[in-house]
Design a protein around this ligand. Structure first.
Ligand code: GDP
Ligand code: GDP
Length: 450
């Protein structure tokens, strides 16, 4: 048996799972296999994504097997497939928007501790953008709008899938895994985005950066038609500012044109490696700021919190404390997020921004060797034994860092996938402290072994 990574296509009937399956696998290759224990055939096929062979499973057609509620059918059809997935493609119909069955299924899926890529299908010709955005509410990250039928967005999807696949795991019986050499840093400039609520001072900041740092190239077409990027340079090299058309346009014309919307921020952060979340410090932390921060975390980007308008803050000590208290409580999943205070208007304090961005980038790229990791892991297990689940103790065996950008760890053990959230948090917090990973998203994947 080959050990190909498994990608499972899930979602309610009629959202276009089979169509997507055929797109990815190609009709000719698609093979239908009889799976014992499943009343209907399950479609499986293989696809090559960025040079990597993967197995793709389509759960469509399995719904009829368990005729109770729609959710029950979806869940029954997907349970075994999701159990073996390395990545789940959760599809919704962007035209229909998020239905109760989608929401219900998403809630279940979130508990399965599997990487999920949310797909808003039937979005051909940029149709149904609002409905696709609504899918953020499912809590499964950024929806990827595409059209399986028309083939739009499929190449992008393939790249996104490839990015999320676990690195090839060379497991050799009881031995601790070798360190992986994968995941080399791509050459090229650090990609940074400036995001935040309208009026936080993003355009002012952009203008300042462009005015003070040497601009080494002019505007150039970015990765998508809506984005324009500009290059800055600091003493460590180039920084590509991935920018949305709106922010750039505003900065150039030098008058408050449209306010950059939060959804534009979302577009920008998807293209960035480090995201500078800009706040108007005179207003404190707003719920929407936290929403953007959580999105940055879910997307796995490094984040720097920029407290702008520091010139207008009266009690700086109290303001700083109020903001860090709020972050400690509301953003525990990004504990230690770096904070920079400055005034984009006057330029005071701005020199701290790019060094902080560089540092956040380094942390996000961190690698821990398997040796160090497992010495630490054993101490953690001794300090607090893993909890009992169904009266039996979980046997956690070893950990390895599968990738960086953001740091992603895999924990192997018998029934490891049952590990309660509190213990996961204990491990993630420990990783953060011991290996100096403040403010960066940390992923912990659980892998059951026999
Ligand atoms: P499944 O039940 O989730 O496997 O869905 P299917 O793949 O069978 O598709 C359900 C219906 O949606 C079919 O009529 C497809 O032709 C249609 N469909 C699939 N993808 C798209 C798309 O990208 N755009 C549109 N407009 N229709 C689509
Ligand atoms: P954007 O919507 O995030 O792009 O925000 P703008 O850059 O358009 O700024 C909104 C308003 O805040 C403008 O009136 C700016 O002059 C003002 N502003 C921006 N940065 C600062 C700052 O550092 N201090 C003060 N006092 N005002 C600022």
């Amino acid at each position: 048996m080959s050990k190909l990574p498994v990608v499972v296509i899930a979602g309610r009937p009629n959202v276009g799972k089979s169509t997507l399956f055929n797109r990815l696998v190609g009709r000719r290759q698609a093979l239908v296999s009889d799976m014992p224990g499943v009343t209907r055939d399950r479609k499986e096929g293989e696809a090559k994504l960025r040079g990597r062979q993967v197995r793709i499973i389509d759960t469509a057609g399995l719904e009829e097997a368990a005729p109770d509620t729609l959710f029950g059918r979806m869940r029954a059809s997907s349970e075994s497939a999701v159990g073996q997935a390395d990545l789940v493609l959760f599809c919704i119909d962007a035209r229909a928007g998020v239905t109760p069955a989608d929401a219900h299924f998403a809630a279940w899926l979130r508990k399965q501790n599997k990487p999920v890529l949310l797909i808003a299908n039937k979005a051909e010709g940029a149709a149904a953008t609002a409905e696709a955005l609504e899918a953020y509410s499912l809590g499964l990250g950024t929806p990827l709008a595409l059209s399986a039928e028309h083939g739009e967005g499929i190449a992008h999807l393939m790249g996104e899938i490839a990015d999320r696949l676990p690195e090839e795991v060379r497991a050799s019986k009881a031995r601790v895994l070798e360190d992986e050499e994968e995941n080399e840093r791509p050459a090229g400039p650090l990609r940074m985005a400036i995001v935040g609520r309208p009026n936080a001072g993003k355009s002012t900041l952009l203008n300042r950066l462009l005015g003070e740092e040497r601009m080494i190239t002019g505007p150039e077409p970015g990765l998508t038609r809506d984005s324009i990027s500009v290059m800055l340079e600091d003493e460590h090299g180039p920084i590509q500012l991935v920018d949305t058309a709106g922010l750039r346009r505003k900065a150039r014309i030098d008058q408050p044109l449209e306010r950059m919307s939060v959804s534009a921020s979302i577009e920008a952060l998807k293209m960035a490696e480090v995201v500078v979340l800009t706040l108007d410090a005179t207003l404190g932390v707003h719920e929407q700021d936290l929403q953007i921060a959580r999105l940055i975390e879910r997307e796995g980007r490094a984040c720097v919190l920029a407290l702008n308008k520091w010139d207008a803050v009266e009690d700086r000590t109290a303001t700083r404390k109020a903001i860090s208290d709020r972050l400690e409580i509301s953003l525990a999943q990004m504990r230690g997020i770096p904070v920079v205070t400055f005034s984009a208007l006057t330029g005071a304090g701005l020199h701290k921004l790019l060094p902080t961005v560089r540092r956040a980038y380094e942390i996000w790229n961190s690698r821990v060797t398997t040796g160090e990791l497992n010495r630490w892991f054993e101490e953690m297990l001794e300090r607090h034994a893993p909890p009992l689940v169904d009266g039996k103790r979980l046997k956690l065996r070893y950990m390895t860092q599968a990738k960086s950008r953001p740091p992603t760890f895999i924990l192997f053990g018998t029934r490891a996938e049952m590990l309660p959230d509190a213990y996961k948090r204990y491990l993630v917090n420990g990783l953060r402290e011991t290996f100096h990973l403040p403010g960066t998203p940390i992923r912990l994947q659980l892998r059951g072994t026999k």
